[in-house]
Design a protein around this ligand. Structure first.
Ligand code: SAM
Length: 291
């Protein structure tokens, strides 16, 4: 059958048994728990990739992913399709406002030897990382400290990280930003696209990290850990485990910021929760060193 024929062919619905297999595979490898209600999302994402590869049986495709040597390579692409990557610049204005205040209050601490160190966990295509980098520039500019800042973005998906590194966005995505940000931090390219300027890219870096494997990540201490709209896809016990790892990588006095409602009624002995700023954020108590 021609490639066009394949792309039009509709695949049968997944059986309950196949759904359970895929659900378990995704959760074991990424932590993402697909509920029964989101079965159609899983199915259509898989279907899309199976069509491209001319598979018409979920079980055969599953065996390929799990048992064949090429399955490991295919998984890197598939995971990009199975994760939700929705993001945008300054997605949560209250959170960014709080981050700006936090940096301003502590700017005296940041210098060449101790640059402001921010980590965006589950950064998708980079908008969150660049928002944090632009915001830091704005706050640190009056203190001549714009160079003393580094934002690291990590994600499980290699394709989104490549996009993030490029830092090229459609006009539609940057239209949401103020004129000041557009003028100062983007250069216009052809075809309705704009690119993050080199000065901001210089303050950022990207790496693949699966948050299920945080124990493999060096325990360097960050000033700010920003983790929004990622934990929401995980079961509560896993969210708790991940947050514990993040706390170990937060400097004393450091800020951990998660999405509103992503971890209700969670307490950690080393953290104090931030009240009254419409954010779900925590400050690590000073005096707490890493174990
Ligand atoms: C909805 S996006 C959130 C992007 C950004 N943080 C925001 O709030 O706009 C979720 C991101 O988490 C990533 N992700 C999902 N599971 C992950 C895992 N196990 N390890 C690292 N990143 C993961 C996805 O690839 C996706 O890019």
């Amino acid at each position: 059958m021609s490639a066009a024929g394949w792309s039009l062919k509709s695949l049968p619905d997944m059986s309950e048994q196949q759904f359970l297999l895929w659900q378990q595979l995704l959760e074991t490898r990424t932590g993402i728990f697909v509920t029964e209600q989101r079965k159609s999302y899983l199915q259509s994402s898989l279907m899309q990739r199976m069509r491209e590869l001319e598979y018409d049986d979920y079980q055969v495709f599953y065996d390929h992913i799990v048992n064949s040597p090429m399955g490991k390579i295919e998984w890197l692409k598939l995971v990009d399709r199975l994760t939700v990557q929705e993001t945008r610049f300054f997605r949560d204005p209250a959170a960014f406002k709080y981050v700006a205040q936090y940096i301003k209050d502590r700017q005296a601490k940041f210098d060449k030897k101790n640059p402001l160190d921010i980590w965006s966990v589950g950064c998708s295509s980079g908008e969150e990382v660049y928002s944090l980098a632009m915001l830091s520039q704005e706050v640190l500019k009056p203190f001549n400290k714009t160079k003393f800042c580094m934002v690291t973005g990590t994600d499980i998906s290699v394709p989104v990280l490549n996009k993030a590194r490029q830092g090229i966005y459609s006009q539609r995505r940057i239209d949401l930003l103020s004129e000041h940000y557009k003028e100062n931090y983007f250069s216009t390219l052809d075809a309705g696209q704009s690119e993050i300027v080199a000065g901001i890219k210089y303050n950022t870096c990207f790496a693949q990290v699966n948050i299920l494997q945080l124990d493999e990540v060096a325990k360097s201490l960050r000033d700010i850990i920003y983790c929004q709209n990622v934990l929401i896809y995980f079961r509560r016990w896993r969210r708790q485990e991940i947050l514990n790892h993040l706390v170990e990588r937060l400097s004393p006095g450091g800020l951990l910021l998660i999405g509103m409602g992503e971890m209700v009624d969670w307490h950690h002995p080393e953290l104090e929760s931030v009240k009254g700023h419409q954010v779900t954020a925590f400050i690590k108590r000073a005096g707490h060193k890493n174990h």
